[in-house]
Structures are given as structure tokens and as C-alpha cells.
Design a protein around this ligand. Structure first.
Ligand code: ZN
Length: 60
């Protein structure tokens, strides 16, 4: 196994890990029921996509 020539400093680790955070997912609203849903996906509350009902959503 090859070994690193220099120890990675805490400062360097910090710079590298500056990008290690979670981003909030993008959200859009359904045009038929106005529920918050992920974009480009069938609405989980009413089953509509592009203004038409494409899947049946059973109510609990
Ligand atoms: Zn909907």
C-alpha cells in the first residue's frame, strides 16, 4: 500500500468537508390539488400529472 506523503491537516479536512451538507429538495405545487410535491413526478395526493389523472390514489 502506498502512503500519503504528508498528514492531512484539520484545516484541509475542513475545506474538503465544506461541501458535505444536505440540500433541501426542490418542491413544486400540484396544479390540480395544490399540494406540495416533487417536480416532474406524479402527485402523490391526487395522482395527476400534466393536468390528467394518471394513477389511482386510494384514500386511507
Ligand atoms: Zn395533486
Amino acid at each position: 500500500m502506498t502512503q500519503p506523503k504528508k498528514k492531512t491537516t484539520a484545516r484541509k479536512k475542513g475545506f474538503r468537508r465544506a461541501h458535505h451538507f444536505l440540500k433541501t429538495p426542490g418542491m413544486s405545487t400540484c396544479p390540480s390539488c395544490h399540494a406540495v410535491k416533487p417536480p416532474h413526478q406524479v402527485c402523490p395526493s391526487c395522482g395527476a400529472y400534466n393536468g390528467k389523472e394518471v394513477i389511482k390514489v386510494e384514500l386511507e
